[in-house]
Design a protein around this ligand. Sequence first.
Ligand code: PGA
Length: 251
Amino acid sequence: MKKLLMAANWKMYKSVEEGVATARELVSLLDKLPEDREVLVCPSFIMMHSVCPILAQKAGCYAGAQNFYPAAQGAFTGEVAPEQLMGLGCTHALAGHSERRHVLGEMDELIGRKVAFGLDAGLKMILCIGETIVERRLGQIEEVLARQLESGLAGVLSTATAQNLAVAYEPVWAIGTGEVAGPDEILAAHAFVRATLTSLLPKEGAQIRILYGGSVKPDNAATIIRLDNVDGVLVGGASLKADSFSQIVLA
Ligand code: PGA
């Protein structure tokens, strides 16, 4: 059975104390986590050490990194390695989040290296992709998604599986704006991602989970996760409060 992956991205929010309190509350609110769902929380690095053991108390709950540097160790000032994160109990990581691409200037090639390195190191990777509003208006959605998938997965075509890889479709114009993509927009983009995944990874492509992200809230989550080819969500703003994220997880 393909489980839904319900993921929280806390971005650069919360003190360690706040992260610990939210994680505790979340674990207790998710006491009756349905069998068909997994929960992933991606906190800031500073609280990974404190939040991982709390999430580990609940079967089906995992901690993920929002980012890392693709090297085992070395002179990379300010960066964090997969092994360092895994040593704290972190099991997953995002690569290519829209804010890494558009605010921090990460290019397709680096994102592809991160996916490959993270997967090799033993992290379960979530490759984030999505078009900007300008690209959408110019009719370039499929071109952009195909390019981001091809470059993001170039190094893992023989190693990616439905267990170690997921893709998150997050239209840039819907992130943090309150503007959610409509069902037809989500269906079309996810169908295209599915078709591209199946052609790049013929054995695993049909099973790899595709998450939707971009202004997911408690009141739209139930509709979104029931759409074809939607296998979970990646939630920013509405994941910061345990109460609202737990409503999304249980939607
Ligand atoms: P949002 O963020 O839910 O606040 O739109 C989504 C994300 O950045 O993954």
